[in-house]
Design a protein around this ligand. Structure first.
Ligand SMILES: [Zn+2]
Length: 165
């Protein structure tokens, strides 16, 4: 039997939303101007949602859909960075410290680079980690598929946690 009590865990998260409505597009708590906003129950912040799922994965605590159901009136227009902060708190209560995260935003022409520094600061604050331990990246799909067609935006994230109890 493989030992499942290892002191370090890496976990993954993914999120995607369709563009629609009016701008801004929220990226890790930063309001980015774009031709559209994002269709979502909450503020539709894809890097925040991908990160929140990655963070929950450290302690195998399910996903954000489970903790913040769309059917709950409190989820309407919810602040996703607040959700991320609460997920980090749940993981901490389970005995894990988040030590690092890395998120990649995938979109055809939402400009991420000008907002990278502010996104890192917001994520670091929500996770209570150093900004140096927060990586934010961006890419496109080179015009291919639904992202390339400008239908929506996606984000992938990994987070690392250290067992503290
Ligand atoms: Zn989402």
């Amino acid at each position: 039997m493989v030992d499942s009590t290892a002191k370090t865990r890496t976990a993954f998260g993914y999120d995607a939303h369709r563009f629609g409505g009016s701008d801004p597009v929220m990226l890790a708590g930063v309001a980015v101007h774009y031709s559209n906003g994002v269709e979502a129950t909450s503020d539709g912040d894809v890097p925040a949602h991908a990160l929140a799922d990655a963070v929950l994965g450290i302690a195998a605590l399910g996903d954000i859909g489970q903790h913040f159901p769309a059917s709950n009136p409190a989820s309407q227009n919810a602040d996703s960075m607040d959700m991320l902060e609460r997920c980090a708190g749940l993981v901490r209560n389970a005995g894990w410290a988040v030590t690092h995260c890395d998120v990649t935003v995938v979109a055809e022409d939402v400009r991420v680079a000008p907002h990278r520094a502010a996104m890192r600061i917001n994520i670091a604050r929500a996770l209570q980690i150093d900004v140096e331990a927060v990586s934010v990246k961006a890419t496109s799909t080179d015009g291919m598929g639904w992202i390339g067609a400008g239908e929506g935006i996606a984000a992938y994230a990994v987070a690392t946690g250290l067992l503290i109890e």
